[in-house]
Design a protein around this ligand. Structure first.
Ligand code: CDP
Length: 230
């Protein structure tokens, strides 16, 4: 159970599959509402990156747990924890794919869960609340959040978006390869036993296929005002 404190009344949980627009929405909402934001996917990506950087495989559960623990220590000891997760290499498609492998290990999730819960307890001075985006925020990390959004779009639309994003960074990728990786990741994230990706029972489903970032923000702001009584 997630500890309930006064701050939990000001929490927004945003979940959804890769390239659904949840990260863009979370960042825009956080800015607009002066809420702290945590991109929880970056924690899984950074764990996979740590592991691969040490020459280890994401197939080994114990090594993956060690990597998650090392990452948590680094973040807890850092002057600017955000800098650790702000690494452009974490955004590579292959890191996303490897992240989804270690994200299926319950012990890895447990280690990273503690970090997410402490963020929920203390999002930082000067913030009015907290927004977390990921796959299990509404179901596991913050089940008492008053506003839960599940942002989605067809896999084809999402692959097209991710292709443009990667190409804009100068990476040589093809639509077919991005689509294949995305399908593989969706299946792994949805079918795993530990905290599978799914909307919470009380989540509002937002299909972003035909909405631009501004329209998404408008919709979410309307819901935030209603549910958080802003
Ligand atoms: O940015 P994108 O949506 O492509 O992925 P991400 O949010 O950075 O997440 C990378 C991977 O981490 C996902 O495919 C999930 O396997 C895992 N993840 C998770 O299991 N739980 C979370 N709360 C966040 C991410």
């Amino acid at each position: 159970m997630c500890a309930m404190n006064t701050q939990n009344k000001m929490i927004i949980a945003i979940d959804g599959p890769a390239a659904s627009g949840k990260g863009t929405l979370a960042r825009a909402l956080a800015k607009k509402l002066n809420f702290a934001h945590m991109d929880t996917g970056a924690l899984y990506r950074a764990t996979a990156f740590e592991l691969i950087g040490s020459g280890l495989s994401t197939r080994d559960k114990k090594d993956a747990v060690d990597a998650a623990q090392i990452l948590v220590k680094k973040i807890n000891n850092a002057q600017q924890p955000a800098d650790i997760l702000d690494n452009a290499s974490l955004r590579e498609d292959r890191i996303g794919l490897e992240a989804s492998k270690i994200a299926a290990y319950p012990r890895v999730r447990e280690v990273l869960r503690a970090l997410q819960r402490s963020f929920l307890e203390n999002p930082g001075k000067g913030f009015a609340g907290a927004i977390l985006d990921g796959r299990d925020i509404g179901t596991v990390i913050a089940p008492s959040a008053p506003l839960k959004l599940f942002v989605t779009a067809s896999v084809e639309v999402r692959a097209e978006r991710r292709l443009k994003e990667l190409q804009s960074k100068g990476l040589a990728v093809t639509y077919g390869a991005v689509l294949k990786d995305m399908r593989e990741r969706d299946t792994r994230d949805t079918e795993r036993k530990a905290a599978p990706m799914k909307p919470a029972d009380d989540a509002v489903i937002v299909d972003s296929s035909d909405l631009d970032a501004g329209q998404m923000l408008e919709k979410a702001m309307f819901l935030a005002k209603e549910r958080l009584k802003l």
